[in-house]
Design a protein around this ligand. Structure first.
Ligand code: SF4
Length: 328
């Protein structure tokens, strides 16, 4: 399959606002939050790439940088060979019909003043697509396909009148109405009840096949990444530390952090948990990330050089890369 998206050395540093004392004491060093640090990956057409890691690992910021909802500090993003960072805003707006995002919380991403029909139709209006009648027909048709039925009844409902599962379907329908080919799904089931999570994941799989979609699936939950993704990238403190096919990553993990995340996934048999793999302490602040390998203060296998040098990505098996000195 041809490459749809290529991200190279993507970086985002957020300046930390100075307080009045810092302003008065001119010359005091400016602080930055290093949210995304030299991230590179590509996604082929029709593929689902999972971006997984703890909160604060930079996965959601990476998604927003790809859509240029945030401006990167450095690096490049190419979509179908088009340089997304240097194109003008107007051109980017036009491209947005092809690249959509689904946010984590449907309640905060749907306006309480817009009915279901208006919310789903909204992107068509923004992109000047179709007449009023054509737009309504398209919305009702998509609502049927996505399981928002009876469509003509739900069309006039408002977000507070919907169940959690229905709200998430409205958000998905709104993302799909402009016929995109690439969706950034940012923790799309994190706020859903357990009972509707499986249904939403199943629906995303079905929609991918029906609309020939490519997903960047952002999640902190490895179990859902395993279910939906073809390949998975593990992020830690702004960097990708391991990336590979789902089978390789879950069957043959290399990076100590990936092993720790996998060990933390609950299993019914307590004897199968690899307690010795669990990392020490908590994820450090992205304002002052540890030197060398960011994971070294928590890594049970850290060596002297781990705090001095950043480990590069090494191919540990075809298409499977890990950034750890243990793989040298
Ligand atoms: Fe642990 Fe060193 Fe590998 Fe980092 S490079 S994960 S600190 S062994």
């Amino acid at each position: 399959m041809p490459e749809l998206l290529k991200v190279t050395n993507l970086t985002k540093n957020f300046p930390v606002e100075k307080n009045i004392l810092d302003v008065l004491l001119a010359g005091r060093k400016r602080n930055f939050i290093h949210a995304v640090d030299d991230v590179s990956f590509s996604i082929r057409e029709g593929e689902v790439l999972g971006l997984a890691g703890e909160s604060g690992s930079g996965k959601s910021t990476t998604g927003r940088l790809i859509l240029r909802l945030l401006e990167p500090t450095g690096g490049s993003v190419y979509y179908r060979g088009k340089d997304m960072i240097s194109i003008r805003r107007k051109e980017m707006e036009a491209l947005r019909s092809k690249i959509q995002i689904v946010f984590q919380d449907p309640n905060s991403s749907l306006s309480p003043r817009m009915s279901v029909g208006e919310a789903i139709e909204h992107p068509l209006k923004i992109h000047n697509m179709g007449t009023k009648g054509e737009r309504k027909e398209k919305v009702l048709d998509l609502m049927e396909k996505i399981g928002l039925t009876p469509a003509s009844f739900l069309y006039r409902k408002y977000p507070h009148q919907l169940s959690g599962g229905q709200s998430q379907r409205v958000v998905l329908a709104r993302a799909l109405i402009t016929s995109p080919d690439f969706i950034v799904a940012d923790e799309p089931i994190a706020m859903a009840d357990v009972s509707v999570r499986a249904l939403i994941l199943e629906l995303m799989k079905k929609l991918k096949a029906e609309f020939n979609l490519t997903y960047l699936f952002i999640t902190h939950d490895l179990a859902t990444a395993k279910y939906l993704c073809d390949r998975v990238a593990i992020m830690y403190l702004g960097r990708i530390v391991e990336i590979g096919t789902k089978d390789e990553l879950f069957g043959n993990p290399h990076h100590p952090y990936t092993k720790a995340l996998l060990a933390a996934v609950p299993v019914p048999d307590p004897k199968r948990r690899r307690i010795e793999e669990m990392p020490k302490g908590e994820i450090p602040s992205a304002m002052e990330p540890p030197s060398g390998c960011h994971f070294h203060p928590r890594c049970l296998r850290a060596m002297l050089k781990c705090s001095k040098k950043k480990p590069g990505m090494r191919e540990v098996s075809p298409g499977h890369f890990s950034a750890c000195f243990l793989d040298e």
